[in-house]
Design a protein around this ligand. Structure first.
Ligand SMILES: [Ca+2]
Length: 152
């Protein structure tokens, strides 16, 4: 059974924007290390965002690496975009409850976005964090407006 193309697009987008930090079109440990480093520079070593990111990123990486084919791990230690999609599809198709790595992903994204730590994400925080990922202010702002409307 094929996965909904909207979902697939969403996972691809997350892969490209949030995880493939070095833009190599595959995930390596380096992507995760670079990401943690960016957050450290922006929020500081003692920040909750950095501590959560470091812990979560490690859990996500381990799950992603486990989902990659054996050859990839042995030869390149990489996770391709297809393997990334397969990892998410498996969850959806099996209708499983969230795995540890998925909870880690949610913790990570939320803590990163909630810069003030008040358990809410406002537009300014969202735009600032998206800038960290190279997403333009206007683009991030209009994306925020769209999903803020949907969730009201
Ligand atoms: Ca990469």
């Amino acid at each position: 059974m094929p996965v909904d193309s909207f979902l697939e697009k969403k996972w691809k987008h997350a892969f490209q924007v949030f995880f493939d930090t070095n833009k190599s079109e595959s995930l390596e440990k380096q992507d995760f290390d670079m990401l943690a480093e960016k957050i450290k520079q922006q929020r500081g070593e003692d920040s909750k965002a950095y501590r959560t990111a470091k812990a979560s990123v490690d859990r996500i990486w381990k799950a992603a690496a486990a989902a990659a084919t054996e050859t990839d791990i042995v030869l390149k230690f990489q996770v391709s975009i297809d393997e990334w999609i397969a990892m998410w599809s498996a969850l959806v198709l099996q209708a499983k409850t969230a795995d540890d790595w998925q909870n880690a992903y949610i913790d990570y994204m939320f803590t990163l976005l909630d810069a003030s730590g008040d358990d809410k994400i406002d537009k300014n925080e969202y735009v600032q964090v998206m800038k960290l990922y190279g997403v333009g202010t206007n683009e991030a702002g209009s994306a925020f407006d769209k999903f803020a409307q949907v969730s009201q």
